[in-house]
Every structure is written in structure tokens, then in C-alpha cells.
Design a protein around this ligand. Structure first.
Ligand code: ADP
Length: 273
């Protein structure tokens, strides 16, 4: 069992100044991601009824007989449904998360900043926090704002799941996983409810009265666009354990690139559709 440690020291950074900036970028990105998720889901749902209208219009046109005026109306109806389907496909295409701009990042700092954001409105001492970063899991290739969004989502969910419990413990850290680095966020809450478990990563799945249910599906999209994977398991103590993988940044390269070109970013194609 890892021993509790303090978050990486931020005294050397102008943290309060950076924090306002990060918070701003973060809110913008969260909004864009939520809107994108909504657009993609709507487009997916609308596709089928639009195709059905088009098919019905074509079938009606075939059986309507010699009424040229009615035939023309049915043809135009089908055309309009096809046009609507094209617009929907374009919206879906445009809303789909594009390339991510990854740079070599120091993982413990990136995670510590995200935790700071996620826990901004709760008393730190109400949750026992363990940091556990393996020495071989220090540098990743990441789009900072996007990956911090994943961590904030996971940490907020963990804190909400533990609300009201007398013992609240959160374990966050990383370890090597083959060529990748695996990050974990493990809580001591009740675990994912069986009602939700099978659809955990689908959009609009929530058991919270004011939840939107998009956090985990957005997070999975972000991780996959980095070439990684996000999944959940039952923690040994009964709580929820979320894991995701990111590509490793070669240490020497990370140091060299960060020093030489702090904003250098490499573009990655998102994995999958
Ligand atoms: P939201 O937080 O708006 O509900 P999410 O997509 O982030 O949306 O989460 C979906 C659902 O997954 C939550 O409503 C909750 O039921 C479940 N869940 C997520 N994280 C945890 C966790 N750490 N412990 C228990 N259940 C969780």
C-alpha cells in the first residue's frame, strides 16, 4: 500500500497566476466538449428517422400511380430528408473532436494542477489523498487542458460518490503499462452502481439528480484521441477504480523539447471514427 504523500510542490511556479489562466482555458474546453458530445449524439439519433422518411417517400412515390403532382411532392419530400441527413452528417463531422495537440508533459505536475481545480470548492482535509507516481511514469505525451479535463471529471465523480461517507480516500498516481503509462484514480466510495455499470461510458447516463452524464463519454473520447484507453474496475476495497493510458514521452526528449520549445506540440490523429 503506498504511503500518503503531498502533492508535487508548486511553490516554484507562479501558481496563482497560472491557475486563473488554466481555469479559463479549462472552462472553455469543457463547454466545447459538452457541446460536441451533444451534437454528435443528436446527429446520431436523427440519422435513422431521416433515412426512414427518405425511404418511405421513395416507396410511396413508387406505388402512388399516375398522379404526377403527388409523385413530384413525394420526390421533393425525399430530397429534403436526404438534405437534412447531409446537414446532420456535416454537423457531426464538424463537432467530432479533431486532432489533439500533444506535447511532452511532466505527469505529476499535470495531475496536481487538475486535482487542485477539481477540489477547489471542497475542504482538502475532508479527503485523504494518496499520490503514487512510479519513477518510470513521469512523462507523457498529452494535450494538457484535455487530459486535465479527464482527471477533473474522474476526481469530481470520485468525490461525489464518497459524499457523506465518514472515510473518504482518493488514490491518484501512475505506473508503466508496456509502452504506455497507466494513470489511476481510485476512491473508497460505494463503487459504480449495477444500474449504470453496463452503460457507464455512454452519453447521458447518470444517476445524479443534476448530472448531465457526459463526463465519462467525453473523457473516453479524449483519452482515445490520445491513442489511449479508459476503463473502470471495482477497487479492492469496494470503491470505483478508473484507469487510463497515455503514450510515454521519452524522458530525455521531454526535457530537451520542453526547454527548447515550451509550446512545441505534435499532432496526433484521433484513434477510431
Ligand atoms: P455525471 O457525473 O454527470 O453523472 P459521468 O458521465 O461523469 O456523468 O458519470 C456517469 C455515472 O457514472 C455517474 O452518474 C455515476 O452513476 C457513475 N460513476 C462515475 N464515477 C463514479 C465513481 N467514482 N463511483 C461511483 N459511480 C460513479
Amino acid at each position: 500500500m503506498p504511503t500518503p504523500t503531498e502533492p508535487p510542490d508548486k511553490r516554484n511556479e507562479p501558481w496563482t497566476r497560472r491557475r486563473a489562466d488554466i481555469q479559463f482555458q479549462f472552462t472553455q474546453a469543457a463547454r466545447m466538449n459538452a457541446m460536441g458530445e451533444l451534437a454528435v449524439t443528436l446527429a446520431h439519433e436523427l440519422n435513422q428517422p431521416l433515412a426512414a422518411i427518405n425511404n418511405y417517400a421513395a416507396a410511396a412515390e413508387r406505388i402512388v400511380g399516375d398522379d404526377a403532382e403527388l409523385k413530384d411532392l413525394l420526390r421533393r419530400m425525399g430530397e429534403q430528408a436526404a438534405r437534412a441527413a447531409e446537414i446532420v452528417a456535416r454537423v457531426r463531422e464538424g463537432a467530432h473532436r479533431g486532432d489533439v495537440a500533444v506535447s511532452p508533459m511532466a505527469l505529476p505536475e499535470l495531475v496536481a494542477e487538475a486535482i487542485d481545480l477539481a477540489m477547489a470548492d471542497i475542504a482538502r482535509e475532508s479527503v485523504v489523498l494518496h499520490y503514487d507516481f512510479d519513477d518510470r511514469a513521469q512523462n507523457v505525451l498529452a494535450d494538457r487542458v484535455q487530459v486535465q479535463q479527464v482527471i477533473v471529471n474522474l476526481v469530481r465523480n470520485a468525490i461525489e460518490a464518497m459524499e457523506g461517507l465518514p472515510w473518504r480516500e482518493l488514490r491518484v498516481g501512475a505506473a508503466p503499462d508496456g509502452d504506455l503509462i497507466r494513470i489511476h484514480v481510485i476512491d473508497s466510495g460505494p463503487g459504480v452502481s449495477p444500474d449504470v455499470a453496463a452503460r457507464l461510458f455512454q452519453p447521458f447516463v447518470t444517476d445524479k439528480p443534476h448530472g448531465m452524464g457526459v463526463g465519462l463519454s467525453i473523457s473516453r473520447g479524449i483519452v482515445e484521441s490520445h491513442g489511449g484507453r479508459l476503463w473502470a474496475e471495482r477497487a479492492s476495497g469496494g470503491g470505483a477504480a478508473f484507469y487510463f493510458t497515455l503514450r510515454r514521452a521519452p524522458e530525455a526528449k521531454a526535457a530537451r523539447e520542453t526547454a527548447a520549445r515550451p509550446h512545441a506540440a505534435r499532432r496526433l490523429r484521433p484513434a477510431g471514427p
